[in-house]
Design a protein around this ligand. Structure first.
Ligand SMILES: [Zn+2]
Length: 317
């Protein structure tokens, strides 16, 4: 059996969100080295604060300041920090109940090793030198053996009003992993590099799946029989794309379509070119256009054949 392909894959996007009054006050407070919680109807103080009581669903807005010192309630050692984690040296992930709070906040504890970390240990906030109104304004926690510091929640409410409040954040999301397409799609990708499209036929229902998944999704049995399909096919459904993708050099609007290759019982997708976007239609006959060095067809273009009869592809919609 040929070697199964693997490749590094990174999925990354910035997630922009607005904060609302409670989270805004919390993050703006961090910028000013103040930790705010919110008090519930039964006088518990939640840190980090939330807008609604998780038990009663009551709306919450009674902000209170808690101390920058607290107690570790549970922890896990992280021996190999990854990119963008709070510290670059090994550290402990900790839940810390700040003095004056009834719930715990997740953050990092800077400690020389796991031997000194324990549930119940006392810690305090180490503030970042430059703060912008983000959870990273707390650089981390550090061991602390003094009394509760600062003002506790019992000292009264806080207006939560600061000059120039933070109203939104951008949270970058990133998944960084090694992808393996498995046996069936490895064969499919190998064939594509020779400009052939190969599906697999189910031994039970005889349907041909492209791209193959290695098993029939209907019958649940493994598929091994390889079948050449296409190269021509029929547009079954399509959409008009009006939003330009940052990393694609394609003029909008363009059409992205489901295409049933001849001989296949599953439609794959591809971009339609060589025809104005508003003339693409169901039943349009298309063929792949390959560019130099590309594994995948760059796009599909009309063949000039008459449109396919609806009955020939209705089962593939
Ligand atoms: Zn089947």
């Amino acid at each position: 059996m040929p070697e199964v392909l693997t490749a590094p894959l990174v999925v990354e996007f910035p997630f922009t969100r607005s904060l609302g009054p409670v989270q805004s006050a919390f993050l703006t407070g961090l910028r000013e080295r103040v930790v705010l919680g919110v008090r519930t109807g039964d006088h518990r103080v939640l840190v980090p604060p939330v807008e609604y009581d998780p038990v009663t669903a009551e709306e919450l807005h009674d902000l209170v300041e808690v101390a920058p010192t607290g107690t570790v309630t549970t922890w896990a050692w992280n021996p190999a920090p990854r990119r963008d984690q709070p510290l670059t040296t090994p550290f402990a992930w900790v839940l810390v109940r700040l003095d004056g709070a009834d719930t715990a906040l997740l953050h990092a504890l800077d400690a020389p090793g796991p031997d000194i970390v324990r549930t119940g240990m006392r810690v305090r906030i180490r503030w970042a030198d430059e703060r912008s109104g983000a959870i990273t304004d707390i650089a981390c926690f550090e061991p602390y053996d003094g009394d509760p510091a600062g003002r506790g929640a019992r000292s009264g409410g806080h207006t939560g009003r600061f000059a120039d409040p933070v109203t939104g954040i951008v949270a970058p999301a990133r998944l960084d992993y090694t992808y393996s397409p498995g046996r069936a799609q490895t064969a499919y990708l190998d064939a594509l590099s020779g400009h052939r499209v190969v599906g697999e036929r189910c031994p039970s229902c005889r349907k041909v799946y492209v791209p193959p998944r290695g098993a029939c999704p209907t019958c649940g049995v493994a598929t091994y029989e390889q079948v050449d399909v296409g190269p021509r096919g029929t547009v079954t459904t399509f959409c008009i794309v009006n939003i330009a993708a940052r990393n694609l050099d394609i003029e909008v609007p363009y059409v992205y379509a489901h295409i049933a290759l001849d001989g296949a019982d599953l439609a794959l997708h591809g971009r339609i070119g060589g025809i104005p976007y508003d003339q693409v239609r169901m039943g349009l006959r298309v063929e792949p256009v390959w560019t130099q060095g590309s594994r995948h067809p760059d796009h599909y273009r009309p063949t000039g054949e008459p449109d396919a009869d609806y009955d020939t592809y209705r089962e593939l919609l």
